[in-house]
Design a protein around this ligand. Structure first.
Ligand SMILES: [Zn+2]
Length: 214
């Protein structure tokens, strides 16, 4: 299994949620445990809701790849990676099961207690690598996992531009500058839109406001 040691000045603060994006559970399981795969994660939750603890969160797993969030780079340094079994967009993207949601809820409660990870720091792979990644995707429904992520302290202003809202959401300046369209699509996934595109209309603006401030 791939892992590294965490540096003392880089504390675990985030949970990054993924889907496996593989045809079956066995393949995902062996990839995540294979040294030559260059990837790994801390937890894997099967469709039936079984939680596999593959690596202790006090070690660094290799799940996020090139990534940024707010002013941080390389989120592996700061996060626990959770993979949810799902074939993903390339192999027949399916709804996540209710067993997966309830197991994820339990796991989040455990991580919250033991590593003090706050709900607002539960983020998606598509948030931190919007130009490369689509997981967990538009079929992942945050309230089903009991995640209250968007309670933030930013004051509500009616005049925020889309760029302001994307910044409040948490995208890094680099992604906003180079991949703004991808950032918009990542937000649409979080909003569980069926159609993912970079179009900005009034409905999207309203939904985005409600996501951040309601
Ligand atoms: Zn991922």
């Amino acid at each position: 299994m791939n892992y590294s040691f965490r540096k003392k000045n880089k504390k675990v603060k985030y949970i990054v949620i993924h889907y496996t994006g593989m045809i079956c559970f066995d393949r995902a399981f062996s990839k995540l445990n294979n040294l030559s795969s260059d990837v790994s994660c801390h937890y894997l939750i099967s469709k039936s809701g079984l939680i596999f603890n593959l690596l202790c969160p006090s070690f660094k797993a290799w799940h996020a790849g090139k990534s940024q969030w707010k002013n941080l780079k390389n989120l592996n340094d700061y996060s626990v990676g959770i993979e949810l079994e799902n074939k993903g967009h390339d192999h027949g993207y399916k709804n996540f099961s209710s067993n997966q949601y309830s197991s994820l809820k339990e796991l989040i409660a455990f991580l919250n207690k033991n590593f003090r990870i706050q709900h607002q720091n539960i983020i998606f792979h598509s948030d931190i690598s919007p130009n490369r990644k689509r997981d967990p995707g538009e079929k992942f429904i945050i309230y089903k996992a009991g995640i209250s992520r968007f309670k933030n302290n930013t004051p509500y202003k009616i005049k925020y531009s889309i760029l302001d809202l994307l910044k409040i959401y948490g995208f890094s300046d680099f992604y906003l500058k180079k991949y703004k369209s991808d950032c918009i699509m990542a937000v649409k996934r979080t909003l569980n839109y069926r159609e993912i595109n970079n179009k900005i209309d009034n409905k999207f603006k309203l939904d985005f406001y409600n996501l951040l401030f309601k």
